[in-house]
Design a binder for this molecule. Structure first.
Ligand SMILES: [Zn+2]
Length: 370
């Protein structure tokens, strides 16, 4: 099958824009199912392919493998969920300046379109290709019922995983920070705010504790690359609605990111010590820092296709790669040129989508056709 560049670009743009029209965010499970149908329709006509849907806590994911093969050499991984925008009419796209602009275009409906297209084209071209596809629908919510479930509980394995959900065309992610999301809470005594000495203000103690945290994390700064632990206070609330009343309880949320060699345990102990006895910290999400160990062949193929060397990048944010990397499976994380992630004006560069497709195509042929 040969395609001219223009044909490939047109197909990728059309697929991406159709995917964007489906508002597949966590609040719309029926649209998530509809988006899975769209993906399945794209691949199920292939011969010798087995399509399997899995559910964990009612959250669907999809694994497409060559028949009679449990462990593909390469597994293409993606997610079809997008972050929630309150206006359902914002889930549309337009083309300007060589870009597809619209929510989810970069994270990751454009890259998903590339995965679907390359999977279909290569399987149509070659028999018995050890190439699989895994698509989940909870990446934006942490990936527990998606990629974690598939690898931890279903037992999905591969020699190499490819996730176009980080890095850039010539920037390949080699390391991701660990994640610790904490709920913090403090209890006290309510009182009239004119007589604060009669109360015990949990909101003030919570805020004081987070100020201690901020001061301490500021002291951990090392360089301009920000490759050090960070802590962001993201939510503070109290049920109290009355201005002249001391609240009886307060809670908040912290988002902590940390590089190796720190561990979840180190960070949790560190934060609990700083918060003190009066503030209780409960873990919502935790993930160790991950080394992705991408395949050196992918670096050389990227350079061959783009004419520029590929750099090794460290990523502040975590991705589904952590659920795979912890089984010592190399994970390749790079993607086309994108911007304005998670905004209504999120975009993906169309030329770079084609270049990215060519990188994947060449890498997969070198890796799989021996
Ligand atoms: Zn993503």
């Amino acid at each position: 099958m040969t395609q001219t560049s223009t044909d490939l670009q047109k197909r990728l743009v059309a697929l991406t824009r159709d995917l964007i029209l489906i508002p597949s965010d966590a609040s719309r499970p029926e649209d998530i199912e509809r988006c899975f149908e769209f993906v399945i329709n794209h691949v199920e006509s292939l011969d010798n392919i087995a399509v399997k849907k899995h559910y964990h806590c009612d959250i669907p994911s999809l694994v497409v493998l060559p028949r009679n093969l449990d462990q593909p050499k390469v597994l293409l991984c993606g997610h079809l969920d997008v972050i929630t925008h309150s206006d359902v009419h914002s889930y549309r796209s337009h083309i300007a300046d060589g870009r597809i602009i619209g929510p989810g275009s970069a994270d990751m409906k454009g890259p998903l379109a590339i995965l679907m297209e390359i999977f279909r084209n290569l399987h149509a071209q070659y028999d018995n290709l050890p190439l699989g596809l895994a698509i989940t629908s909870d990446e934006e919510r942490g990936g527990e019922s998606g990629m974690r479930f598939l690898f931890d509980e279903v037992g999905l394995r591969c020699d190499v995983a490819m996730i176009p959900d980080g890095g850039s065309l010539n920037k390949i992610t080699v390391e991701e920070k660990g994640i610790l999301h904490l709920n913090i809470r403090c209890d006290g005594h309510s009182a009239h705010a004119a007589r604060p000495w009669l109360g015990n203000n949990p909101l003030e103690r919570l805020v004081d504790a987070t100020a201690r945290l901020r001061k301490n994390f500021d002291s951990l700064k090392q360089d301009e690359g920000h490759w050090h632990p960070t802590c962001a206070l993201t939510i503070v609330k109290t049920p109290n609605q009355t201005v002249n009343r001391i609240p009886s309880e307060a809670e908040g949320s912290l988002d902590i990111r940390f590089p190796s060699p720190y561990t979840v345990k180190d960070m949790l102990n560190h934060v609990r010590n700083l918060l003190g006895k009066e503030v209780d910290a409960r873990t919502l999400i935790s993930a160790e820092p991950t080394l992705l160990s991408p395949d050196p062949l992918y670096f050389s193929v990227t350079e061959e296709v783009t004419g520029k060397p590929a750099s090794q990048e460290k990523e502040d944010g975590g991705s589904d790669a952590r659920f795979i990397g912890r089984f010592n499976i190399p994970v390749i994380v790079s993607r086309p040129i994108v911007g304005e992630l998670h905004s209504i004006d999120e975009w993906i560069d169309i030329n770079s989508m084609e270049t990215f497709y060519r990188i994947y195509e060449l890498y997969l042929k070198r890796k799989l056709l021996i």
